[in-house]
Design a protein around this ligand. Sequence first.
Ligand code: PAF
Length: 299
Amino acid sequence: MNIITVPRAMAVWSRRLHREGVTIGLVPTMGALHEGHRALIRKARLSCDALVVSVFVNPRQFGPAEDLTRYPRPFAQDRALCAHEGVDVLFAPSREAMYPPGFQTVVALQELARRWEGTVRPHHFQGVATVVTKLLCLVRPHVVVFGQKDYQQALLVQRLVEDLNLGARVVVHPTVREPDGLALSSRNVYLTTAQRRAAPVLYRALRAGWAAIRSGIRSEAQISRIMHDTVAAEPLAQVDYLALCDARTLEPLRRAAGKVALLGAIRIGKVRLIDNLLVTVPAKKRTGGRIRLGEQRSD
Ligand code: PAF
């Protein structure tokens, strides 16, 4: 496996492969790779000849009070996982290489970036959009794979790629979970034993919302109440938001219909957890009709 740390060298590598007609896949990460990342890597591996994993803890997507300095950086472990999965290039630039003195450009999306995570983390998506654009320009992948756990991020990248004609196919891979439902995340290592026990309450709340829809409830007020009540039963957890929204635009809905997303973010101590479920709801309630608990497949 080739380790590239210099952006210009990454661009040269990708230009050469494009000339040779080789298809390139990219999995962008901030490192601290876990089984969720492994699933993204394996998914990308299936759709390309040469696979790049980027490991870059992007300072521009962290707020001033967030965990940039303590974010886990187990580089040797990440390198071993990538080598084991047959990754061709591990792209691991430094902060100075990605944002040299004089760097001024930002990429910002509008409505989609302002909702949900955007209300709690105002500059987060500008940081994500800027770094993802840079990565896509350097690696020029044919396919780029993101996890559904960060559903708003995945939608935003799909929008960005389309709006700027960046040409990559964006694949969203279903969330990988612990046996008790907790979505895998590099930040789960921050949880104490008691917090870890409490953490699956977010998934339980989303499942309760889904069960409510399945039982015929369509009103957002009722679905939201059921999700909030589930989290309220866990004393360590506090809700940031629990919402029913349109799965494509993330606009809040008053009634569940069509493709909807149940989105949630909670805090357990200082740890923030996010998660989501996608549900396809038939337009009219049909007795015995099936409601699919969807997992986003954009490929
Ligand atoms: O999801 C992440 O790990 C990051 O937001 C990403 C997409 C690698 C951009 O820094």
